[in-house]
Each structure stands twice: as structure tokens, then as C-alpha cells.
Design a protein around this ligand. Structure first.
Ligand SMILES: Nc1ncnc2c1ncn2[C@@H]1O[C@H](COP(=O)(O)OP(=O)(O)OP(=O)(O)O)[C@@H](O)[C@H]1O
Length: 388
């Protein structure tokens, strides 16, 4: 549906140039969203896919691995890191063992992203509503180290920015001036919190994402935080219990269409076109994640069967397997602490699991060895094939 310009333009002067900034009208759109039968069906399917994802997420021992898997793939896709340089194993080594030799800068951003998401989840569980204060807190973690560290983490911007282009004159879009951010974000917060009226959560996540990107309230990290906002919204309204929906890969793969839609919404008010794209992204991503989670579950069950054959030490080996489902790269020391088994038992279990092909030793060293749950990791690596 075509509407008029979704806000107003004002003249500004920045870095010595005159230009026009855009101040969005508050959500929800006026006139309201027109649900064609096609759009309604897409959203029904998207909610079903999220429901399946939520169910399957409860089967996994540790969903943060999923988040690493996706964030890493996204970083590879945006050429921020070389695919070959920072494998999922590198990332896990960095996270879990702080191993030297892992390309630190490459994985730092991925690590920040996961930390920011975990922090947001923790605050929601503590009962904090999804509000601007929380978004600022999450932003400060997102930009705490690496790219964007100098860009005032945790604070709304105090200067004019623009998107695309080397200067305001050739920018793709100029977000609102800094003095309007508080007001724009205040109104977005009310919309997110269903004030004055409730919006169905998936529609709300889709609309809020665009509005957040249009306001572009921070100097950097708006894309990342705007994508986190989607997942956090679904979690805060209990549609997802774990933050398993990660749309970035889809957005990045369809970058041009995604950017075009952000502009189209603003200029023509065609929110329905954006909603259709958003629902496709949810359906594709959720279905793919469900497939990966199911493969992981099948593998862990098949391996548990094999472990049963170990007879005398099978009980201990099951404990090791369980620990490595949570942390698929682990040292014998960590496994000992985690399982409370004797060191000698841990070592003999690892030897047997290696013979079965379930774990692989990574270092080739005699001391300070590290083991990986190889097939588990490789399913995770596969789990982010690019959308068509
Ligand atoms: N024309 C546009 N209108 C509104 N928002 C846009 C437009 N083009 C891009 N964006 C948004 O701006 C984001 C980039 O902003 P920013 O550089 O602050 O974020 P980032 O997190 O550092 O980068 P990235 O999203 O690439 O990871 C994009 O991800 C997209 O969501």
C-alpha cells in the first residue's frame, strides 16, 4: 500500500554543507497495515516457524554456540574476517581458552556481539523492560572493544550522521538531527512497550527494526543493535525462550533489496513490502536453524549409542560427551572440573572417544591437549549456508 512520506524533512547544515535530514513519524503507520491474504499467510507461516524453532531450541544444551556460528558467518560474509582465518573452532578457542595465536581482532567483534546478546537476555530475565536504557547498555557492550570503540559506546549520538556516501551531499539517507533523537527514540520505546496499544510481536519487531535504522541513534553499531532488537523483542514477549533467531545473514545476503526497502518504506510508506521481505527472512532462517538443531540432536543420540558399547567406562564417557555438547572444544582439565571425574578417567574416556571418532585431539602436543567434538562443530559450520 502506498502512503505519503513517513515523516518530514528538515534543512540542516553539517560539515559545511546544506542538506535535508529526515524525521520519521511515530509508529504504527497511518493508515494501518493492510493485511492482504498473502501477507497474512506469510506471517502465519513465520510464527509457525518460530514456534518450531523455540521447541527445538529446548533440545540443545547450549544455544550460545548457535549464536557464535551465525555471527561468525555474518562476519565472513561482510568480509570483516577471512573465512579461512577464523573458524568456529578459533572463535571457541578464543572465547573459552583465551588461546594465544587466534586472530584476536577478527574474533573480537563476534565475541562482543554474543556478549551483548547474552547481556540483553540477562537483563530481560531480571525483569527490565526492553527500553532505551537497556538498548544503551547493550550498545556499550557491543562496542566495548574493537571496531567502533571510539564511537561513544552506550550514548546516543550528539552529532549529525549520514548513511552511504562520503558526505551529506551524496548520502543515501540522512537520519534525524541529534536534538531529535531523544524524542524519536522515546516514541519508539512507547511503541515497543505496546503503548498506547498492542501490536502483534512479529509485526512489531519488523516495524521497530526499520524505525530504529531510520533514527540511527548511535554513531556506529546501528545495524548490529537494530538486528539484536528483533531477537530481543521476540524473547521479551516470550515467543522465543532462547535468542535463536538471527536474521543478519538473510539481510546481508539480500543486502540491496534490504536497503532499497528501508528507503521505500520511508518515501512511499509501503510497509507491506517490507513486512513480506521480513516474514520471508524469518521463515528461511528459522527453518534452517531447526534443521541444524535436529542434526545436532541426531548426532548426539547416535554417539550416545556408540558410547553405550564402551561398557565399563560408558557412564563416565557419557558425562564427557554431555560436557562437550556444551563446549565442543575442551581441555582435559576443564572436563575434569565439569564432570568431577578423576583425571585418569577423563584421559581414558577421551582415548576411547577418539578411537570411536567422536572426539579429535587438536594440538598434537603431549601436554596441554585440547579435544574437539569434531562432527558437532562441523554441523554447526554447515549450519549457515547462505540463503538463495
Ligand atoms: N537507506 C537506509 N536507511 C536506513 N537505514 C539504512 C539504510 N541503509 C542502511 N541502513 C542501515 O544502517 C546499518 C548500518 O549502520 P551502522 O554502520 O551504524 O551499523 P553497524 O552495525 O556498524 O554496521 P553493519 O550493519 O554493517 O554491521 C545497516 O545495517 C542498515 O540496517
Amino acid at each position: 500500500m502506498k502512503r505519503k512520506l513517513q515523516g518530514r524533512c528538515i534543512n540542516i547544515s553539517t560539515v559545511g554543507e546544506k542538506a535535508q535530514a529526515f524525521i520519521p513519524a511515530p509508529l504504527p503507520p497511518v493508515p494501518p497495515i493492510e493485511y492482504s491474504s498473502g501477507l497474512r499467510e506469510k506471517f502465519d507461516n513465520a510464527m509457525l516457524a518460530i514456534g518450531r524453532l523455540d521447541t527445538v531450541s529446548m533440545l540443545l544444551p547450549d544455544t550460545s554456540l548457535f549464536i557464535y556460528m551465525y555471527v561468525r558467518k555474518e562476519a565472513v560474509l561482510s568480509s570483516m574476517i577471512e573465512g579461512t582465518q577464523s573458524s568456529l573452532s578459533d572463535l571457541l578457542l578464543f572465547e573459552f581458552e583465551k588461546q594465544p595465536g587466534v586472530p584476536l581482532d577478527d574474533v573480537q567483534e563476534v565475541s562482543n556481539y554474543a556478549a551483548a546478546l547474552n547481556y540483553g537476555m540477562k537483563r530481560l530475565e531480571e525483569g527490565i523492560p526492553l527500553c532505551n536504557r537497556l538498548l544503551k547498555e547493550i550498545h556499550s557492550i557491543l562496542l566495548s572493544e574493537g571496531r567502533g570503540r571510539e564511537q561513544t559506546p552506550g550514548e546516543f549520538r550528539k552529532s549529525q550522521n549520514w548513511i552511504g556516501g562520503s558526505r551529506p551531499g551524496n548520502a543515501a539517507f540522512i537520519p534525524p538531527p541529534p536534538e531529535c533523537i531523544q524524542d524519536c527514540m522515546g516514541k519508539l520505546e512507547l511503541f515497543i512497550q505496546n503503548k498506547p496499544e498492542k501490536t502483534p510481536v512479529l509485526i512489531k519487531a519488523a516495524l521497530a527494526h526499520v524505525q530504529f535504522e531510520t533514527i540511527h541513534p548511535f554513531l556506529d553499531g546501528n545495524g548490529r543493535l537494530g538486528r539484536l532488537l528483533i531477537t530481543l523483542l521476540l524473547c521479551s514477549e516470550k515467543v522465543l525462550r532462547k535468542p535463536m533467531l538471527y536474521l543478519s545473514l538473510y539481510f546481508k545476503t539480500h543486502r540491496q533489496r534490504y536497503y532499497d526497502l528501508l528507503n521505500t518504506v520511508r518515501l512511499t510508506g509501503n510497509w507491506e513490502a517490507w513486512l513480506g521481505f521480513f516474514a520471508d527472512a524469518v521463515i528461511y532462517t528459522a527453518n534452517q536453524a531447526v534443521g541444524t538443531a535436529q542434526k545436532l540432536k541426531q548426532l548426539s543420540e547416535a554417539d550416545a549409542q556408540q558410547i553405550n558399547g564402551l561398557k565399563r567406562i560408558s557412564g563416565s564417557a557419557h558425562l564427557i560427551q554431555k560436557a562437550m555438547l556444551e563446549r565442543p572444544i575442551a581441555s582435559p582439565n576443564w572436563l575434569q572440573e565439569k564432570t568431577n571425574l578423576a583425571q585418569s578417567t577423563v584421559n581414558s574416556c577421551l582415548r576411547e572417544l577418539e578411537k570411536l571418532g567422536i572426539v579429535k585431539e587438536l594440538t598434537g602436543r603431549k601436554r596441554n591437549r585440547l579435544y574437539s567434538y569434531a562432527e558437532y562443530l562441523s554441523i554447526m559450520n554447515e549450519g549457515t549456508e547462505l540463503p538463495d
